[in-house]
Design a protein around this ligand. Structure first.
Ligand code: 3PG
Ligand code: MG
Length: 407
């Protein structure tokens, strides 16, 4: 079959001859975990049909993924072993597990596979070559398969060995989950209805700096919440007490605020906060405005006046994109701001047909907590990749599939 038969700019499974082949499938099993327990299955559930299709077409399915950010080789906390059990349960199909993703252990496990079998290899990030996209490591991975399928849109912003390098070594295809993400996001966001708002939360400005700079050129409103907002508050002269804050980024934060003005983007920051001296379940809290945060306080959620302000932004928008919780949502009662915003966005989607697109592991967990997952127009499993795509950046994992020859 030739590329012209497909509406996708990438070779898809429609073009792959899978029967009898060893197929390396990169997925994103970087699932949220708490004390070794998976707290949200969305990323697993989304990849099931792609895995089933490849298995049912008679291939040997060899799954690659990372989990977390291990720095010094193998460790128990970021082993994919328990994820293999969850995957097997969700797939209702036996999933073999190999305790290394390359070398003799992986080779032996692959050699034992029969057509239709499914094998998950241990965390690719247990090898330094993964993040470095080291050619020797790419080679070791590539030896294990005949074909490569990338089904990990949510990690396509990383040019790593298993997401980018390997696509140049083996005939490479776009998996169904990735294909659908790209189709959905392109369909909804190529020409978004305006005004458009972005809600960006999460902890660190440092990882999202460039992103905020680009995003403000694409949206009319940008609300910054979560730990990141503290850096902006502090940079505008507010006392943030003992809150998480990247003071060394004050200058950058001020530049972002000035640039937003110039870009005609309304940058919205919290005007009040829920503070506590402890980040723990059912800690004593106070709602204060951002001028009255005490020396020993930590800002752990947005306050009621900020919620009202964000609701105003949402109500004025026709398209809303959201990544990152606006408070320490894993620890009650600091989920309340995030849950309130999620419910209002869901309601506006239902009643006023605004387009709401959310993405990212924590954001998905928050939507589930607010019980509105199915009310959003679209929920992407991707966080960082989704935002980079939205900024207009080329994602290395996607680009590596472009122009690939079908086998
Ligand atoms: C994610 O969860 O955003 C992806 O799995 C990528 O993970 P990373 O940010 O550790 O590269
Ligand atoms: Mg992430």
């Amino acid at each position: 079959m030739t590329r012209s038969n497909s509406s996708s700019p990438f070779p898809t499974l429609d073009e792959a001859v899978l029967a009898g082949k060893r197929v390396l499938v990169r997925v994103d099993l970087n699932v949220p975990m708490e004390n070794g327990r998976i707290t949200d299955l969305t990323r697993i559930d989304r990849i099931l049909s792609n895995i089933r299709e490849i298995s049912e077409k008679g291939a040997k399915v060899i799954i690659l993924s990372h989990l977390g950010r291990p720095k010094n080789g193998p460790e128990a906390e970021t082993s994919l072993k328990s994820v293999a059990v969850a995957l097997e349960h969700e797939l209702k199909h036996l999933v073999f597990f190999a305790s290394d993703c390359v070398g003799p252990v992986a080779k032996t496990a692959v050699a034992a596979l029969r057509n239709g079998d499914i094998l998950l290899l241990e965390n690719t990030r247990f090898h330094a070559g993964e993040i470095k996209n080291d050619p020797a490591f790419v080679e070791q991975l590539a030896e294990l398969g005949d074909l490569y399928v990338n089904d990990a849109f949510s990690t396509a912003h990383r040019a790593h060995a298993s997401t980018e390098g390997i696509a140049h070594k083996l005939p490479a295809y776009c998996g169904r989950t990735m294909q659908r993400e790209l189709e959905m996001l392109t369909g909804m966001l190529a020409y978004p209805e305006r005004p458009m708002a972005a809600i960006v939360g999460g902890a660190k400005v440092s990882t999202k700096l460039e992103l905020l700079g680009n995003l403000m050129r694409r949206v009319e409103y940008l609300f910054i919440g979560g730990g990141m907002a503290n850096t902006f508050l502090s940079a505008s002269g507010k006392n943030v007490g003992k809150s998480f804050c990247e003071t060394q980024l004050a200058e950058t934060a001020r530049k972002i605020m000035a640039d937003a003005d110039a870009a005609n983007c309304q940058l919205v920051l919290p005007i009040d906060a829920i503070v506590s001296t402890r980040l723990e379940t059912n800690a004593q809290t106070r709602a204060v405005d951002v001028d009255h945060v005490g020396e020993n306080d930590m800002i752990l959620d947005i306050g009621p006046r900020t919620i009202a302000k964000v609701v105003g932004v949402l109500a004025a928008s026709r398209t809303v994109v959201w990544n990152g919780p606006v408070g320490a949502f894993e620890t009650p009662p600091f989920q309340m701001g995030t849950v309130a915003i999620a419910r209002v966005a869901a309601e506006l989607t239902r009643v006023h047909s605004i387009q709401t697109i959310a993405g990212g592991g924590d954001t998905i967990a928050a939507l589930n907590q607010a019980d509105v997952f199915n009310d959003f127009t679209y929920v992407s499993t991707a966080g960082g990749a989704f935002l980079e795509w939205l900024e207009g950046k080329l994602l290395p994992g996607v680009e590596a599939l472009r122009g690939q020859k079908a086998a």
